[in-house]
Design a protein around this ligand. Structure first.
Ligand code: HEC
Length: 295
């Protein structure tokens, strides 16, 4: 039987080949396939068991054959087997060109300082090839970046920043909770407005009335705002509270940022502009939406 590698190399190599192919062909998004689809994990375990089983069977067959050999043949068989596994140490010898201690007499130089002598070893090939490699690398590098000016560091930097910017935008889409006064946008989706309404009904109507006409708190339906209109100002007011002693608390202590964004949007989309039953007199200044095209 011809073995190109011992079992403890064969099994892992084949196993990881199967594993790698599987991961390559199964599209499982950001997570590895064996986490995304647990069934593949089962498949891998079966593969591993099969590999081990095959090895065990081969070993058993080999054993049976071995028993049928004569003493002489057994000896030869063992010898030939040992030889085959030498390629590792052969490769090592090729890469280092080490001379064994017994042969050092041939390469010792003839100077001798107080008993300290020197061996005329050849450069180890692994080192020499690496050195050649660096020379080739340098030539390619020089041509690519100094002659043909492929790209430079600042371009690389800009590309990475742009890629990161896209990643941040992607992330923000999935992480609504991340909003703050500087990033908040008016939410117009029905589900957000509905959540906003629920929050408003639960927390705000005691002072602002269900229709926003005002009571302890100011009228939210008119164009006048004490603390500034627009989603960013309203978000800040709800989050940080009104002026000291007026009674509007900082809701950031009890509402999540996304909830504040929802209730602020509800106030602006649904409440503002309505005709309340008992409107409170307008307070504050008329708010004009700043020119948004400049953004
Ligand atoms: C305890 C009474 C009270 C409650 C409850 C209350 N507010 Fe107010 N709110 C006020 C008062 C008073 C002001 C005026 C603050 C000022 O003048 O600085 C105000 C101001 C505001 C303003 C700014 C109005 C303007 O003209 O600038 C908004 C927006 C607002 N409240 C929204 C809310 C929302 C949303 C809730 C529920 C999460 C809420 N308020 C709950 C009392 C309340």
């Amino acid at each position: 039987m011809k073995n190109i590698a011992p079992w403890w190399i064969r099994i892992p190599v084949i196993f990881f080949l199967v594993f790698g192919t599987m991961e390559y062909f199964i599209d499982s998004g950001a997570k590895p396939a064996f986490i995304e689809y647990p069934i593949t994990l089962l498949f891998l375990i079966v593969v591993l068991f099969l590999l081990i089983a095959i090895e065990v069977i081969l070993k058993a067959i080999e054993n049976v054959f071995f028993q049928t050999l004569s003493e002489d043949a057994k000896k030869r068989y063992l010898e030939s087997k040992n030889k085959k596994w030498n390629y590792g140490s052969n490769l090592y010898k090729k890469l280092t060109k080490n001379r064994p201690i017994e042969e050092e007499g041939e390469i010792v130089l003839d100077h001798n300082y107080d008993g300290i002598r020197e061996l005329d070893n050849t450069l180890p090939p692994w080192w020499v090839y690496m050195f050649y490699g660096t020379i080739i690398f340098a030539i390619v590098y020089l041509l690519r970046f100094h002659v043909f000016n492929d790209y430079d560091q600042s371009l690389e930097y800009e590309q990475e920043v742009a890629a990161a910017q896209i990643a941040i935008e992607e992330y923000k889409k999935t992480a609504k909770n991340l909003v703050d006064a500087s990033t908040v946008e008016l939410l117009t989706e029905a589900s957000d407005i509905k959540s906003g309404q629920a929050i408003f009904t639960a927390n705000c109507i005691a002072c602002h009335m269900a229709d926003g006409g005002g009571g302890i708190g100011p009228n939210l339906t008119d164009k006048n705002w004490i603390l500034g209109g627009g989603i960013k100002n309203v978000f800040t007011t709800i989050s940080e509270g009104g002026r000291d002693g007026k009674g509007m608390v900082a809701w950031k202590q009890s509402l999540k940022p996304v909830e504040i964004a929802q209730v602020a949007s509800y106030v602006l989309v649904e409440i503002n502009g309505k005709e309340p039953a008992n409107p409170k007199a307008p307070e504050g200044d008329i708010w004009e939406e700043p020119n948004t095209t400049q953004e």
